[in-house]
Design a protein around this ligand. Structure first.
Ligand code: 9MR
Length: 386
């Protein structure tokens, strides 16, 4: 049977399997893969947690989390402690996020929530990631009114100095700059047009890394970025631009140690090309940089509603992605953007059109393991040691 014939007959099976029409936009190969994955059972052996499986391969597994959830739900806090060896404060280290105001005014810091997260991590022996120092989002309302070309450098310096010094020695890695490449913004250097760029020019990047290195010489310093995972012209352009930037920073001896790949995966209209992704990772590694998968989750708004079908597709996306990236030994950590579906940012930011609860993470809303958990465990179990 020719390829097309095979595709059509498999698609018939798909539709028979309960509403998979919603994945109509999947590329042919992935659609075929999805059918195969429906037969896959994602079996795992042994009783080890995700972080223990990761550790066996010299990897770190962790998750992002918020004080409001950890402090209000002991079951969730226990799940974090049980599964993770690293914690990322999802709100608490940002200038401002949710109900947290780290920077209530230009001259003030309120470290209450950040300290709480740092204490939680220390108490439970979790590594702690700093996220994030320089980002165009989550800036406080006073920022625009107060910060100008004359005082911007001082304000950035104060921010980094106070925050990074406070937790120096306790931080595994800092996301020094977040989401700074955006080819669509039309600049020759592909830098995203952000308040920081407008206030300080392209050198704000070097400055931020140098200030952070001076304030905490032990932390791994990371540039964190999204939109690098798929095989389409937009992401290809972004990968190329990111590589160019990394090369520039390395050539200038900027103290950057790693690239953070967010990996908010979104099956449904994206083509995954393992070979291209591996090439990209290899290139990054060739620059002497480590790689962290920093915000992994699977956006399920284009997937069928049926939970059994949806969970299998999501698990397959996890396993395909992780087995690909973990082949590259420069990848040292895998971090999911949350652990339980109950607290995923996607509930609010990328809800399903049918309003069914989203299922992007390893544990369900009741803290029970899903196939996604098994898929991550399998990827760790099968990963080469580093
Ligand atoms: O998940 C985070 C959400 O709760 C916050 O409201 C939002 C703004 O601070 O940030 C979300 O996390 C983002 C992360 O910091 C950077 N990459 C994209 C993440 C999802 O938007």
């Amino acid at each position: 049977m020719n390829k097309r014939g095979k595709f059509i007959s498999r698609r018939k099976i798909l539709f028979g399997l309960g509403g998979l029409a919603a994945v109509g936009a999947l590329a042919t190969k992935q659609l075929v893969q999805a059918v195969d994955n429906l037969k896959k059972d994602f079996q795992v052996t042994g009783k080890l947690s995700l972080s223990q499986r990761a550790a066996k391969k010299g990897l770190i597994y962790g998750a992002a989390s918020r004080k409001i959830d950890l402090s209000s739900n002991p079951l969730y806090a226990a799940a974090i402690v049980q599964n993770c060896s690293l914690l990322v404060p999802e709100w608490e280290f940002k200038w401002t996020a949710g109900n947290v105001r780290l920077r209530p005014s230009p001259n003030r810091f309120d470290f209450t929530a950040a300290d709480w997260m740092a204490n939680f991590a220390a108490t439970h022996n979790l590594l702690l990631r700093g996220h994030t120092l320089v980002w165009h989002e989550s800036l406080p309302p006073w920022f625009q009114k107060t910060v100008n070309r004359q005082n911007a450098e001082q304000i950035l310096e104060n921010h980094i100095h106070a925050l990074v010094k406070r937790y120096a020695g306790k931080i595994h890695s800092w996301d020094v700059v977040n989401e700074i490449i955006q080819p669509k913004d039309g600049r020759r250097d592909n830098l995203r047009i952000t308040p920081w760029l407008q206030l300080l020019g392209p050198n704000y990047i070097d400055l931020a890394f140098r200030l952070t290195a001076a304030a905490d010489p032990k932390a791994l310093l990371v540039y964190n970025e999204y939109g690098l995972d798929y095989d389409n012209p937009e992401q290809e352009t972004k990968r190329t631009a990111v590589l160019k930037l990394l090369e520039r920073l390395r050539a200038k001896s900027v103290p950057i140690h790693a690239l953070g790949i967010q990996a908010h995966l979104s099956p449904g209209d994206n083509k995954f090309n393992p070979k291209k992704l591996r090439q990209f990772l290899h290139h990054v590694a060739g620059l002497g940089l480590k790689i962290l998968i920093t915000e992994l989750d699977v956006v399920d708004k284009k997937l069928p509603r049926d939970i059994k079908v949806r969970d299998r597709i999501i698990a397959a996306v996890y396993e395909d992605y992780l087995s690909t990236v973990l082949e590259e030994k420069a990848v040292i950590a895998v971090i999911t953007w949350g652990l339980s579906d109950r607290y995923s940012w996607l509930n609010e930011f990328e809800p399903r059109p049918d309003r069914a609860p989203v299922r992007p993470l390893p544990l369900d809303a009741q803290m029970q393991r899903k196939l996604a958990w098994n898929a991550i465990a399998r990827a760790f179990d099968n990963a080469p040691k580093r």
